[in-house]
Design a protein around this ligand. Structure first.
Ligand code: FPP
Length: 281
């Protein structure tokens, strides 16, 4: 398949890939760690911010393709809680790019009925960034198409801390702190992603085999797709390939394959002593 794809023009390639997809098994929620902007810039002797700038077009392509494929939720990791450790001029450049993206893409988001929501500790962002994000969220709030989460000043651990503190605050208000028991469901409903399905597919660019504190709770059963492609080079074609790859996986959620003979069935036919005597290798 890969060789055949290489011989086709980009348009034909995307058409072939898109028609190979099973429309009934498009992932409901795709999450992406957009990595490799710095390396992309370094390979060209450009300043790092040029890599981030080159990363805006793939954001646009991915958002539009996911909306067309009727993906319900797309979550993009735009700025992690750890990214504050970067030089000030790089961080300021990222805020400028975000504001540029919001301004340029708002009409597109409206056209595709996309609802934009920023998730993370937004109160630490510079005021103009907070204001523009809020304005974009307000303007798209009634859109009924795809939900686009932009994870900004986001950390999976801080999200869990915020969720637990919010549960405790509610319990204090309701006066039932002494009898409080925290369930998985309670945590889920206090996360920034409350009410949304968990990601089915997590894509990471630039080949790093790390989760980098992204959606730690929500990706418990996500299928991972890691590509060597640096984010600025990520295309619609590769997104379609990632979805096709996902559709060829078998998701078991900790259970067993439906078709393969089950080990449980076999062991239930054996007596306990016989099981203990089975060779391990
Ligand atoms: C990681 O690459 C990327 C980021 C910290 C920022 C992501 C930002 C964009 C894709 C730009 C625009 C985004 C929006 C939503 C408008 P890196 O700098 O860590 O790359 P490196 O590992 O190669 O240094």
């Amino acid at each position: 398949m890969k060789e055949l794809l290489q011989e086709l023009s980009p348009g034909d390639r995307d058409w072939l890939l898109a028609t190979s997809l099973d429309p009934k098994r498009i992932p409901s929620h795709i999450a992406i760690i957009m990595d490799g902007n710095g390396r992309w810039a370094r390979q060209r002797n450009f300043p790092r911010i040029m890599g981030h700038k080159a990363g805006v077009d793939p954001v646009r392509a991915v958002v539009e393709t996911c909306a067309r494929l009727r993906v319900e939720v797309l979550t993009l990791y735009a700025f992690s809680a750890e990214n504050w450790k970067r030089p000030r001029h790089e961080i300021e450049g990222l805020w400028r790019l975000l504001r540029f993206y919001l301004k340029r893409e708002l009409p597109n988001l409206m056209r595709h009925e996309i609802q934009l929501v920023a998730i993370g500790r937004l109160e630490s962002l510079p005021s103009p960034v907070q204001e523009e994000l809020q304005a974009a969220m307000d303007e798209t709030a009634h859109n009924r198409g795809m939900r686009l989460n932009l994870a900004i000043n986001y950390g999976g651990r801080t999200e869990l801390v915020d969720a637990v503190n919010s549960i405790l605050d509610n319990a204090r208000l309701e006066g039932n702190l002494h009898s409080l028991e925290i369930s998985e469901e309670a945590i889920g409903t206090h996360l920034y992603t409350a009410g949304l399905k968990d990601p089915d597919l997590l894509i990471r660019t630039s080949g790093e085999m790390r989760l980098s504190n992204f959606l730690l709770w929500q990706i418990a059963y996500a299928e991972l797709y890691v590509t060597e492609t640096l984010w600025p080079d990520f295309t619609r074609t590769e997104l379609l390939q990632a979805i096709l790859d996902y559709q060829n996986r078998e998701r078991r959620f900790g259970g067993l394959t439906r078709s393969a003979p089950s080990a449980m069935d076999l062991s239930s036919l054996l007596l306990e002593e016989e099981v203990l005597e089975l060779p391990l290798a």
